[in-house]
Write a protein that binds this ligand. Sequence first.
Ligand code: SAM
Length: 288
Amino acid sequence: MDNLCNSSVIRDLFERHHFQFSKTLGQNFLINPSVCPRIAEDGIRSPDYGVIEIGTGIGVLTNELAKRAKKVVAIEIDDRLLPILQETLAEYNNVKIINADVMKVDLKKLIGEEFPGMEVCVCANLPYYITSPIIMTLLEQRLPIRSITVMVQKEAAVRLCAQPGSRECGAVTFAVRYYSEPKQLFPVSRGSFLPAPNVDSAVIRLEIKNREEAPYAHEAFLFSLVKAAFSQRRKTLANPVSGALGIPKAKIVEALSQTGLKPSARAEEITFEQWLSFAENLWRLKEN
Ligand code: SAM
């Protein structure tokens, strides 16, 4: 069904299916007809692609994905949307809806079973209440996916795509750079949604790095170091890191110095390469 951005079509669907928006599930559906085709075009590199969508709503983006990809597997938590989707996606035989919480789905297994031998990408207008947990889950599991093209809140887009070492960055920024090459694609105004949220949005794309491009021996240590340092992002990192990791402050200061950083260094001042070398230096010192 093509006219899912039309307000009278949406109203008719909602009335017939007795549907009301759930605020807690982050249900702000896209009604700007130019946005979904752009997300689909930017995410799907070839008609042979398999696509995972997270959060279908009434299927407005799912339609555009189904037109351009070989297969779409869409995960939607709200079972009240299932009869609506049956109607709005009736013309496609390459769409499978999974009624589940994406955080509880074994995505590696799903990709193996649903997309054998296919290139896979993720495209979605994400529910904003769990944007970072979803993105972190997708990245940390090292899923065999090529890219993640998603709509997120504007402020989240800035943080996710920031350069480590800049004021906008956070622990999630480092993780995004570690696993992918992020890029902000285009802004989307709040008026593009029904109901309109009180924030603007943006579409970003994370190109997943090859495994070989992101090797690091002490990965768990690196991530707990970054997380501890960003727990008090505007303060000197030596204290929170010492407290969280149980490493004497003197060793942290020494590792900072070996990395060419001041003892008063703050998490938001450290570049991507400096994080890798700081973690390596600190690992060596803490072992001795
Ligand atoms: N793709 C649709 C669109 O663009 O209009 C809907 C986007 S809406 C921002 C987010 C969707 O994610 C909603 O349909 C909501 O029910 C669904 N959702 C929320 N939490 C979810 C979860 N944990 N797992 C799967 N879907 C979820």
